[in-house]
Write a protein that binds this ligand. Structure first.
Ligand SMILES: Cc1ncc(COP(=O)(O)O)c(C=O)c1O
Length: 463
C-alpha cells in the first residue's frame, strides 16, 4: 500500500493518457516538460499549445468525412471556428491553416475579419457566418462586408434584423435563420432568447422572404446551450429542427445548409473522452434519414465549434505559496494567482477543469482546497467543483515548491475575464506563453505577452 500521488492517479484512471504523462515525478503536457517552462518563465503562467488547435480541427473533419462516407451522405461538411471562444491572433492563425470558415458574434468581430483578410489568412471564398443578436452597428458592418464581396452569411436572429439588411445591402444576399431551441428541462427558461421561435419560422419566410428577390434563404441554424450530448434532450431537439428543415425545404428551394452550431464536448476530467465518432456519425445519420423520409436533398452540414477547437490547447499554471489549516478538516493551498481572474467559469458556472500537479508526483497526497489571491470568498477551487475529493501532493515544508496546472482552459476564459484589463484586487493578467512543436517531438516556446505591470493597470484607471 502506497500513498504516492502517482499511485492514486494510476489506481483511479487510465493513465498516462492523451496529452498527459509523468516522467520522474514531473508532468508533461503533449510531451512538453512543464517544469522546464515554469523554470524559464515563472508563474502564474498561461500556456497555449498551438498544435492541438489544428489537431482538433483535423479530427472533426476526419470524423465527419468518415461519417459521410459510412452513411453515403450526399452533402458536404464545413468547419467554422466560433471566434468568441478565443479571439487571439495566434489561435485564429493556427486554426486558419486548416481550410476552415468563421462564425462571428459581434460588431468588432467584423474588424477582426478585415485584419485576417489584409493578412491574407482568409479570402473572399471563406464563409463568414454572422450570428448573434445584432445592434445596428453590427448589421451595418456585416452589410459592408457583403457589399465588398465577402462570402457573408447573416443568420437572422429576429424579425426586425431583416429590414436593416434591406436598406444596407446591394444585390442578392444569402441568409440563414436561427431557430430558437427549447432549453433543457431543468433550465430557468423554456425557449432560448436567441433565434426565431419554431411556430414563427414559416410565417416569417412566407411574409418576408419567399417573394423577396433581395434575399435567398440558404441555411437553418440552431444551437443547443448544453452542447452535443448523447442524451434524449439533444436528439429530440435535433430531430425537431430537422423536421422544420425538411418542411421549409419543400417551399424554399434555395435552402441547402444546416448549421448545428457548437457544443462538441471536450475533456474536463481524466475519465474516458466523449465518443466523438459515435456522436458525429449519429448526427450525420439522423440528418440523412430525416431528409430521405421527407424526400428532400441532404443539406451541407456546418458546425461552429469553439470550445472543441481551442479548449484543450490551454493550461494555467500556479505555484502554491503556502498551505493554511483553517480548521480540523479544511486545509488550503494558497496559490500565486487567482482563479477568478484567469478562469472565471470556475466561479461563474462551477466549471470543472482538469487539475493536476506539475511536479511532486512521487510525494504523498492530502485533501485540500485551492485558494486564490483575491480576497473574494468565491475565489477557490474545491472538491465540490472538482466533483471528486481534491487530493494533491503534500508540501511538507519542502524546499521545492509545488506547482499546479489547470488544463483545457483554452476557450472563453480570457474573453470573459478581459485579458489585460482591470482585475479583482488589481491582480495582473499572467504571462502568456505559446508552445509549438516541430512534429518530431521537439517543442519551442515564446512569450506572447508579459504579465501585466502596475503602470498598465493604473493607466487604464486614469492615474
Ligand atoms: C451560436 C453559437 N455557435 C457556436 C458556439 C460555440 O459553442 P462551443 O464553444 O460550445 O463549441 C456558441 C457558444 O456560445 C454559440 O452561441
Amino acid at each position: 500500500m502506497t500513498n504516492k500521488y502517482i499511485d492514486l492517479i494510476d489506481q483511479t484512471y487510465y493513465f498516462p493518457q492523451e496529452g498527459f504523462q509523468v516522467i520522474d515525478g514531473n508532468l508533461y503536457f503533449y510531451d512538453v516538460p512543464l517544469m522546464k517552462l515554469v523554470e524559464e518563465y515563472g508563474t502564474p503562467l498561461r500556456l497555449c499549445y498551438l498544435p492541438k488547435i489544428s489537431a482538433q480541427i483535423q479530427k472533426s473533419k476526419r470524423l465527419f468525412s468518415e461519417a459521410i462516407r459510412k452513411h453515403d451522405y450526399k452533402g458536404t461538411y464545413r468547419y467554422c471556428f466560433c471566434t468568441k471562444s478565443s479571439h487571439f491572433a495566434f489561435v485564429l492563425h493556427e486554426a486558419l491553416e486548416n481550410d476552415i470558415h468563421l462564425e462571428l458574434s459581434s460588431s468588432f468581430d467584423v474588424d477582426l475579419v478585415r485584419c485576417l483578410y489584409a493578412d491574407k489568412r482568409i479570402d473572399k471564398t471563406t464563409f463568414i457566418v454572422c450570428n448573434g443578436f445584432k445592434p445596428r452597428e453590427y448589421i451595418y458592418k456585416i452589410s459592408q462586408l457583403r457589399n465588398e464581396g465577402f462570402n457573408v452569411l447573416p443568420v437572422i436572429d429576429n424579425m426586425t434584423e431583416l429590414n436593416f439588411y434591406s436598406k444596407y445591402i446591394d444585390g442578392v444576399c444569402p441568409l440563414g435563420i436561427r431557430v430558437a431551441a427549447e432549453e433543457e428541462p431543468t433550465f430557468e427558461f423554456y425557449t432560448s432568447r436567441l433565434g426565431i421561435r419554431y411556430q414563427d419560422i414559416f410565417s416569417f419566410y412566407e411574409n418576408n422572404l419567399r417573394n423577396n428577390p433581395q434575399f435567398s434563404l440558404k441555411m437553418l441554424h440552431f444551437f443547443i446551450n448544453t452542447g452535443i450530448k448523447d442524451e434524449t434532450y439533444y436528439w429530440n431537439e435535433l430531430s425537431k429542427i430537422l423536421r422544420i428543415y425538411c418542411q421549409l425545404s419543400k417551399i424554399c428551394p434555395d435552402l441547402s445548409m444546416i448549421n448545428i452550431g457548437g457544443g462538441l464536448p471536450i475533456r474536463y476530467s481524466l475519465d474516458p473522452a466523449p465518443d466523438y465518432e459515435y456522436l458525429i456519425s449519429e448526427i450525420v445519420y439522423q440528418i440523412k434519414i430525416t431528409c430521405e423520409k421527407a424526400e428532400v436533398p441532404c443539406p451541407d452540414i456546418f458546425t461552429e465549434f469553439g470550445n472543441f477547437t481551442v479548449g484543450e490547447s490551454g493550461a494555467m499554471i500556479f505555484r502554491v505559496i503556502t498551505e493554511k489549516q483553517q480548521n480540523d478538516s479544511e486545509k488550503w493551498y494558497m496559490i500565486d494567482g487567482s482563479m477568478m481572474t484567469t478562469m472565471p467559469d470556475i466561479y461563474g458556472i462551477r466549471q470543472r477543469f482538469i487539475l493536476l500537479p506539475v511536479n511532486k508526483w512521487n510525494s504523498e497526497y492530502q485533501r485540500v482546497t485551492i485558494g486564490g489571491l483575491s480576497c473574494d470568498g468565491n475565489d477557490f477551487y474545491s472538491s465540490r467543483v472538482h466533483r471528486n475529493n481534491l487530493y494533491l501532493p503534500q508540501i511538507n515544508g519542502d524546499e521545492e515548491p509545488l506547482y499546479l496546472g489547470f488544463f483545457h482552459v483554452g476557450a472563453y476564459q480570457e474573453s470573459l475575464t478581459g485579458f489585460g484589463g482591470i482585475k479583482h484586487c488589481l491582480i495582473p493578467s499572467p504571462k502568456y506563453v505559446l508552445v509549438d512543436s516541430d512534429g518530431n517531438g521537439n517543442y519551442s516556446s515564446r512569450l506572447f505577452s508579459d504579465s501585466q505591470n502596475p503602470e498598465h493597470m493604473l493607466q487604464i484607471l486614469g492615474y
